[in-house]
Design a protein around this ligand. Structure first.
Ligand code: UDP
Length: 409
């Protein structure tokens, strides 16, 4: 059952909900459509799963559609994704052709219904070619750290991006030289979802039991798709260094995403690296394992998100919300969430991560203090209600393209 506005009000207070009602009134009667490349797996699907029902609660007619693609196409878009994050990728002319051909196919098959269309990430970006049909506003919502993209891929994508009415990036650092307005909207988590809602102790213990985790020993957890940019092997390296001094356990839990073809190979590499150590638990979780993920994070002593690149890293906010200190790679959106020395530690290497893990394992009060700081940080900045407000404001702003101040009353 989806949460009601009253449920959210209990978490964020009446002022926030009143504000949403005022904004929703301003755009009433207009329809919003979100388009991305996967219904399951990864942060974008996670956000849309919760964002769409909340917008509907506010009586904004909202649709969510997923483009189609075959294996060859998703191999190309994963390479684009990596390249846009600045990880060098060999991109051949044939790959650009595959992207164009798939764009054309989705161009014909996607049913456009929204007055305002939010297109998420590069995969469906080419749909903007239908802007010439008229009557709609188009927003490109980028979830990737494009601050240092591989030039050939960005130049290719840019031809589409420039046709939008506006672009949204998660951080100011990701903004680009573009001839269209750019807005900054940070992603968010839903405090009422199964992934984040409070759980009773019995539920947490059941999950510990299921995965044969020892509740008396420290538990380090990283929840992530099996993706090289999440650096699961670096997490194992850090754990091994810590393990010399502390009898801890490590969980690397993740599933796949339908638009991520690299997962299986990375999972195999992780399993090989973990082989022989019964205290490393590599868990391949099926989709919709939200309650289990919630329980694993709640059972953890420290959460790790040692990414090498990261657009935002919802897993960080999810952990901070549960009052867990987070050791995060000092990249992209993690830097917005992990305030070094306040909500966790930012690290640049496996050795750095190991030192900070060891320090936190020794100091329960420091963990508690950081956990509380992290909870407050997420409450102020990274809850779904704030993101809904930002999207509604985007719609209002698009109605007033030539005004720098818009009066809402
Ligand atoms: N997630 C999940 N199951 C998994 C691994 C991850 O449900 O097996 C969730 C995770 O809790 C988070 C999202 O997927 O909500 C991942 O978002 P994030 O921004 O951290 O990374 P992305 O996968 O988008 O790069």
């Amino acid at each position: 059952m989806s949460a009601t506005l009253q449920d959210y009000q209990e978490v964020v207070g009446p002022g926030v909900i009143d504000e949403l009602r005022v904004l929703a009134e301003r755009v009433r009667g207009r329809t919003m459509q979100h388009i991305n490349s996967t219904a399951v797996g990864g942060g974008v699907a996670e956000i849309l799963t919760r964002l769409v029902p909340l917008l509907r609660e506010l009586c904004i007619d909202t649709k969510w559609d997923v483009i189609k693609g075959d294996q060859a196409y998703f191999n190309v878009t994963k390479a684009f994704h990596n390249a846009l994050h600045g990880k060098p990728e060999e991109i051949s002319p044939a790959m650009f052709e595959i992207f164009r051909a798939n764009t054309e196919m989705n161009f014909r098959e996607t049913n456009l219904t929204g007055d305002v269309i939010f297109v998420h990430d590069p995969q469906p970006a080419g749909l903007v070619l239908r802007k010439s049909e008229g009557g709609r506003r188009w927003v490109w919502r980028c979830h990737i750290d494009v601050s240092a993209p591989q030039t050939n891929v960005w130049n290719f994508l840019r031809e589409y991006v420039e046709r939008y009415d506006a672009a949204i990036f998660s951080m100011p650092e990701f903004a680009q030289q573009l001839p269209i307005p750019q807005f900054r909207v940070a992603p968010s988590i839903d405090p009422l979802s199964d992934k984040n809602k409070p759980l009773d102790r019995a539920c947490v213990e059941q999950v510990l039991d299921k995965y044969r985790l020892d509740p008396r020993r420290p538990l380090l957890v990283q929840i992530s798709r099996f993706d090289r940019l999440k650096d699961p092997l670096g997490v194992i390296d850090a754990y091994r260094l810590v393990k010399k001094r502390s009898n801890c356990q490590l969980v690397l839990a993740g599933g796949g995403a339908t638009d991520d073809p690299e997962g299986e190979q990375v999972l195999r590499e992780v399993q090989e690296a973990a082989a022989g150590d019964p205290d490393i638990h590599v868990l391949l979780l099926p989709p919709f394992s939200d309650l289990e993920i919630n329980a694993l994070v709640r059972a953890s002593t420290i959460v790790i998100q040692k990414s090498i690149r990261e657009g935002f890293g919802l897993t960080v906010a999810e952990a901070l919300w549960k009052r867990k200190p987070v050791i995060g790679g000092a990249v992209g959106g993690i830097k917005m969430q992990v305030i070094n020395g306040v909500t966790g530690y930012l690290v640049h290497s496996a050795e750095g991560a190991a030192n900070r893990i060891a320090q936190l394992l020794r100091d329960r009060r420091l963990r508690e203090r950081m956990g509380e700081n992290g909870y407050q940080h997420v409450k102020q900045n990274f809850l779904l209600t704030r993101q809904v407000k930002d999207y509604l404001l985007t719609m209002v702003a698009l109605d007033h393209p030539d005004e720098s101040v818009v009066y809402l009353t």
